[in-house]
Design a protein around this ligand. Structure first.
Ligand code: SF4
Length: 119
């Protein structure tokens, strides 16, 4: 189940065919343990010629185009890259109530950030 969650969290439109194939094989109430059959999912991936490892088990370059890059949710990719680099150094940005790290979230609220206002 965790593998499927990882695949679909990072997946792109090519996974539509996998979803449809899995559904055709009887995957419907897969959140219930007694209904979940991983072999049907692996068969669906195989039938569609898609390797789940492509989504879950490879290092991604920062300049790779991601399926959600066209969405504007305020936070810049540059900020997320910086956060990733900090995480690999086992470090973090300061808490928003202590210091704004300019993530970009305030861009969606007319320049105001609720996190700052609660400081
Ligand atoms: S205070 Fe707001 S704008 Fe600054 S880093 Fe936090 S969430 Fe982003």
């Amino acid at each position: 189940m965790s593998l499927l969650e990882a695949v679909f969290a990072r997946g792109d439109r090519r996974l539509c065919a996998v979803l449809y194939s899995a559904w055709q094989k009887g995957c419907t109430f897969d959140a219930w343990d007694d209904s979940f059959d991983f072999s049907k999912w692996t068969a669906a991936f195989k039938d569609c010629g898609i390797d789940p490892d492509f989504y879950t088990a490879r290092k991604r370059a920062f300049d790779e185009v991601l399926p959600w890059d066209h969405l504007d949710y305020g936070i810049s990719k540059k900020f997320l890259i910086k956060e990733n680099e900090l995480a690999h150094k086992e470090s973090t940005s300061p808490h928003c109530r202590e210091k704004c790290s300019a993530c970009g979230a305030n861009a969606l609220n007319g320049g105001k950030c609720d996190a700052i206002n609660k400081a």
